[in-house]
Design a protein around this ligand. Structure first.
Ligand SMILES: [Zn+2]
Length: 289
């Protein structure tokens, strides 16, 4: 499966040198900061779930919830190998039970319900457990009256769970509707790639939709669309910048500025002090330079 975007290709390669997926520059591993950006073109490499948590929330503030939830293979699905074996391998590889990390945390001192999809676990696909964890997270945000933040990265609904995985689209959106009706505030951050049933459900129904630069965001893949329409697709089709232009994304934020930007939006939404956040970020930047 090394040829697909869900296979080995996306994993961080070993060795001292890494080739940039975008500009083909050779990057010395030590030049890579925690942000995992290409020093020559700024390309955003994939992050695994916990790296994203560490980069985003206040140090030591993340309290994980429902990490023990595990998937049951209800359909006893077998393709090239049984689904249960695939799950076991993914658990062993990532050290996580599923493709979604959920909990509560603080960002610039403001409490949030915080979710991160983990693309390294079966391509961040959404099955019953991912849907359940998203739903519980939305309900937790509602119960605590705090904003909700979800970093999306997904190949879409998990095929091995058939209609049960598709039902998670309605389930998560139902919970989000109740949350919105009670005045809840939700920020969705689309990272590379956010596709399929995740794009078509909870990723796209936020109050504010942010995206990382150059992220692939769409429902069906570009090749499927081009073949169906028998047309050449416009340049940059389904990338963050294209979707910003079309109004589907509100703002593109680089990884280095994400914490600041989230703090600013959260302060605006909750009546906090955005000036203090700006000063804190400036101080961190000065300390780092
Ligand atoms: Zn590059």
């Amino acid at each position: 499966m090394a040829w697909t975007r869900f296979g080995k290709k996306k994993d961080m390669p070993g060795g001292l040198w890494i080739k940039c997926e975008s500009c083909a520059a050779m990057i010395f591993r030590k030049e890579f900061s925690a942000y995992r950006l290409c020093p020559s073109c700024g390309h955003h490499f994939g992050l695994v779930g916990m790296e994203r948590v560490d980069l985003t929330v206040d140090k030591g503030s993340f309290e994980e919830l429902w990490s023990d939830l595990k998937t049951i293979d209800r359909l006893q699905f077998v393709d090239r190998q049984p689904y249960t074996e695939k799950l076991e391998k993914a658990i062993k590889k990532t050290g996580r039970n599923e493709a979604m990390i959920t909990g509560v945390a603080k960002i610039h001192g403001m409490e949030v319900a915080f979710g991160v999809m983990d693309f390294s676990f079966l391509g961040g696909s959404m099955g019953v457990v991912v849907g359940e964890k998203v739903t519980r997270l939305v309900e937790e945000a509602k119960k605590r009256s705090i904003p909700l933040l979800i970093f999306c990265a997904s190949g879409g609904a998990r095929m091995h769970e058939g209609a049960l995985s598709l039902m998670q689209m309605a389930k998560t959106c139902g919970a989000l509707k109740q949350f919105a009706d009670e005045g809840g505030f939700y920020i969705s951050i689309l990272t590379d790639p956010t596709t399929g049933g995740v794009t078509a459900s909870f990723a796209s129904v936020a109050d504010v939709i942010l995206a990382e630069p150059g992220a692939l965001i769409g429902f069906a893949g570009p090749r499927v669309i081009a073949t169906t329409l028998k047309q050449e697709l416009p340049k940059g089709f389904q990338r963050s910048e294209f979707l910003l232009e079309k109004g589907q994304v509100d703002h593109i934020v680089t990884r280095e500025k994400m914490r600041y930007e989230l703090g600013r939006i959260l302060a605006y939404a909750t009546g906090g002090d955005a000036t203090a956040i700006l000063q804190e970020e400036d101080a961190a930047e000065l300390a780092g330079s």
